[in-house]
Design a protein around this ligand. Sequence first.
Ligand code: ZN
Length: 256
Amino acid sequence: MDDFKTPDEFKDACGYTLENDVWYPRVTKIVEIKAKPALYYFYAKMPNYRAAEQVKEQSAVEGTMIHEAAEAILMGQKPVIPYSITPSMAAFAEYLLDNNIEVDPKHVEVRLKSDEHKYAGTLDAIARIGGKLGILDIKTSQEIYRDYNIQTSAYFYAMKELFPELSTRWILRIDQSRLCMNCGAALRAKGGREQVKIKWDDPFMRSCKHEFGPLVGYIELKELHNVENDFEAFLGAKRLWEWEHEEWLKKIGYLK
Ligand SMILES: [Zn+2]
């Protein structure tokens, strides 16, 4: 769906204009070239395309809200927390303290770039956890998808030049849901859509007439390994993305 009207529209939609008017594509745009089977499944379950788009847009708004609040907390600020995300933000603040996650406020929500590979992105944070320095990326998805490996490998190599000590990557997932008081099933509301998550191999959960308690937040931290392998995949995705947008990229001088 390459329906951009002007070079500037393409540039704004797909990348960042950096200092000296240099333009690089965004990491998240590049990663979009990879098919996401879970997304097809989501579309198939929705009544129609429009309804699915609405849920996606609303989810993005909620995700941005959580990102902004979390980053403000990481920067040592005391942000006003929108009521709807209070449970997840309380869980987040507690998690930071309990796990001794150190973040340098100067490196939260920063623009990054690789001149060697000509891409740019926005980093959530650089953190020190358990003695290691790593890329910390915040997600509000319902699980930690493997695609995040590709995205964060690009961040890793862009930042590695500035921080030679950088040695790893983490995904920190922030979520909230209501738990069934009888069986532990989770009712997750996102983008205006409610979803009950159960373990399908558990007969008790399957037959339970759920009684959901109050919203509770929870945090999942996952370290990602084997960054070299992920970065090869990123460069492959980048090549494919460039092929897809060849015409525009030549027009704006990014490709020769
Ligand atoms: Zn239940």
